[in-house]
Design a protein around this ligand. Structure first.
Ligand code: GLP
Length: 240
């Protein structure tokens, strides 16, 4: 059962989660953070900016949840670029310690297993930040993803491509495929922190927190986790 924390707004959520991350890094300077993209985690990264000033973050490690397949990592909307721009540079993290699945490698069939091995070698993720898609996906685990799934290539749903078209010039430019940590991978992080804001996420939040455990609602996998925290505003909590 996930713990639900209802906060006034996204900035308050960002502050709450950033405080938790600062505490983690204070006790573990080489903490392993699970990084998420999308607009939802941005207040966390913004709040971390001030809070981590003056802290040695050179040992902090990070693993992104997912990446598009088939776009150049240098494309401004690749998740590699987004994580670099929104997290690594502003927080002064060591880029060599920050990993993003490689969706542009010729050996794509090995990339998932390689990523899993890198997470394992780091000792696993301490705190995984999660957003949630309007169709209930976490990472890019679209409906139908097995709770046991590992990092692999997936096909994006039309809904997700429409949701993410705002980052591209047109929906035609949104990649068809992605590489994402699996639900089984995500569930191995020691602490899950799922954030959601606005009434557009209310149904996905209700499904994740209270819905049946089903691959059709990938976010419902968090109910299996012994330490999951859901941080939402009133609007995103409105169907709980
Ligand atoms: C993308 C990401 C997810 C994210 C979701 C929601 O699909 N792969 O990790 O949770 O978008 O995005 P937003 O936070 O912008 O609503």
């Amino acid at each position: 059962m996930a713990e639900v924390v209802i906060v006034e707004n996204a900035a308050a959520a960002g502050a709450l989660v950033a405080d938790e991350i600062v505490r983690l890094i204070a006790t573990r300077p080489d903490a392993v953070l699970g990084l998420a993209t999308g607009s939802t985690p941005l207040p966390v990264y913004e709040a971390l900016h001030g809070r981590l000033a003056g802290t040695d973050v050179s040992q902090v490690r990070g693993f992104a949840l997912d990446e598009y397949v088939g776009i150049d990592p240098k494309h401004p909307e690749s998740y590699r670029s987004v994580i670099t721009r929104e997290v690594v540079e502003p927080l002064g993290l060591n880029p060599d310690q920050i990993h993003v699945p490689n969706g542009a490698t010729a050996g794509i069939e090995h990339a998932g297993a390689d990523y899993e091995a890198a997470i394992e070698a780091a000792g696993g993720v301490d705190l995984q930040i999660l957003g949630i898609g309007t169709d209930g996906h976490i990472g890019f685990n679209e409906p139908g993803s097995s709770f046991a799934s590992r990092t692999r290539v997936k096909t994006l749903t039309q809904q997700t491509r429409e949701d993410n078209a705002r980052f591209f010039d047109s929906i035609d430019q949104v990649p068809m495929h992605c590489m994402t940590q699996g639900l089984g991978t995500i569930l191995q992080a020691r602490h899950l922190v799922l954030l959601a804001f606005g009434d557009g996420k209310a149904q996905a939040v209700a499904d994740a927190v209270e819905g049946p455990l089903t691959a059709m609602l990938p976010g419902s996998a968090i109910q299996l986790h012994p330490h999951a925290t859901v941080v939402v505003d009133e609007a995103a909590a409105s169907r709980l």
